[in-house]
Design a protein around this ligand. Structure first.
Ligand code: AMP
Ligand code: MG
Length: 401
């Protein structure tokens, strides 16, 4: 058991080796979703650019609001009014600049206008319904920092300071190789006896695309040393990182390990996690290599726990730690484990907060456990759990926040 490496240690070793991509490209802001910002964005202007009205109503001096005031001007959004004459009010609309001299806006629902004069009901405070210049962003402020994965609201924020394009890191190319003589591709007819469909390729294609990484499809490689070496070299030449599934155990049919060692460098660990068989990490020439286990659920979990943070750092992402939440367990764990267990669970909202229900079959070959779950419940080494206890969970929506 002493040979099992804690996840944190494996991760620290893997992340220490990352040399993030440095090439940048300019993309139109409309195409920037999910891209990683390559430079800090500093605003050259105040947002909003002027004090403006938060309401449709009347702009006036608060101290003059007790008397009927002649309406001296009309200021719609997009227009610039004139300085407000003493003892008058301006008809004003949402977003319109507040005229010089006015210090409050009264919403129209609290005003009556007749014969060109407006009467206000109720007290008026200085500053009410005025959105001050720069209240969102001040000129010189860093709007978003390098290393941020751009979300829809970030695209809006960058537009609000006038950007129409943005400098991002070029997207990483990640090659995926599936090893195994038993594998056939869906769509290639009825599988012969003993064959299974290659599911890992699709899981990984989805995981990579969800992270906005380019999926370089290197297909299935046969379980021979020659085919494995050729496929690894080809994959390494085509991508910034190579990911394989299967073939990293100690069986005679597991050739990935030997071939990576021959072509580059290899570290092979037994991680203290479940599911998750030996995980290989190394390089082929200069290209980083991650060898995931073959079992479909182990692929998913080890990708999320090790490959994802590695790839995001390689892509220049500053912060990629998934949010962890607390839930109430709708299950118990009676036997303490020797590995940290990542149980596939479904979280639902209840009146008592989040409830985590465990998928019945937690075998690492049962991919349904991942498909029919929305989170992983983390059961620390040696822990037991009573139904109703609090358990830490990690959402399977691994989009970067
Ligand atoms: P291995 O590590 O190559 O011994 O594979 C472990 C298990 O995962 C075996 O049952 C394989 O059949 C299965 N497996 C490996 N690769 C895939 C794949 N691409 N799709 C589905 N199952 C796989
Ligand atoms: Mg195999």
């Amino acid at each position: 058991m002493s040979s099992l490496l804690p996840l944190a240690e494996a991760l620290a070793r893997v992340l220490a080796l990352v040399c993030p991509v440095s090439e940048t490209i300019d993309v139109p802001l409309l195409d920037a979703l999910g891209r990683v910002l390559a430079k800090d964005v500093v605003s050259s202007l105040d947002v909003p650019p002027l004090d403006n009205s938060a309401m449709d109503g009347y702009a006036l001096r608060a101290c003059e609001s007790g008397q009927p005031l002649p309406v001296s001007q009309r200021i719609p959004a997009g227009a610039l009014g004139e300085a407000l004459a003493q003892g008058t009010a301006a008809r004003i609309f949402t977003g319109a600049p507040v005229p010089e001299g006015a210090d409050a806006v009264v919403m129209q629902e609290n005003c009556t206008e007749s014969c060109g004069k407006v009467t206000v009901s109720g007290a008026v405070d200085v500053g009410q319904n005025i959105r001050p210049r720069g209240q969102d962003i001040a000129a010189g402020e860093t709007v978003l920092s390098r290393g941020r994965v751009l979300r829809p609201q970030d695209m809006g924020l960058l537009a609000s300071v006038g950007l129409s394009s943005v400098s991002v890191y070029r997207p990483l190319r990640v090659a995926v190789l599936s090893t195994g003589d038993e594998l056939v591709e869906p769509g290639s007819g009825e599988p012969s006896k003993g064959a299974i469909y290659n599911s890992n390729r699709y899981t990984l294609a989805g995981l990579l695309r969800a992270l906005n990484l380019e999926f370089v499809d290197c297909g299935i490689v046969a379980d021979t040393p020659e085919a494995t070496a050729e496929a690894l070299l080809d994959a390494a030449a085509r991508a910034d990182c190579v990911i394989t599934t299967g073939g990293v155990s100690v069986g005679e049919e597991d050739h990935v390990r030997n071939q990576v060692e021959r072509l580059g460098r290899l570290d092979l660990w037994k991680l203290a996690i479940k599911p998750g068989k030996p995980l290989a990490f190394g390089s082929i020439g200069d290209t980083p290599f991650i060898g995931l286990p073959g079992n479909p659920t182990s692929v998913f979990v080890t990708f999320c726990l090790v490959a994802r943070p590695f790839l995001l750092k390689l892509q220049g992402v500053a912060e990629s730690e998934p949010l962890r939440l607390q839930a109430r367990a709708d299950f118990s764990v009676s036997r303490p484990g020797t590995r940290q267990d990542y149980l596939r669970v479904t979280l639902e909202n209840t009146a008592q907060g989040l409830l985590a229900s465990r998928y019945t079959n937690q075998s690492s070959g049962v991919l349904s456990s991942v498909s029919h779950s929305n989170a992983l419940a983390i059961i620390p080494i040696g822990a037991t759990l009573e139904r109703g206890d609090t358990v830490e969970v990690m959402l399977l929506d691994l989009t970067v926040r």
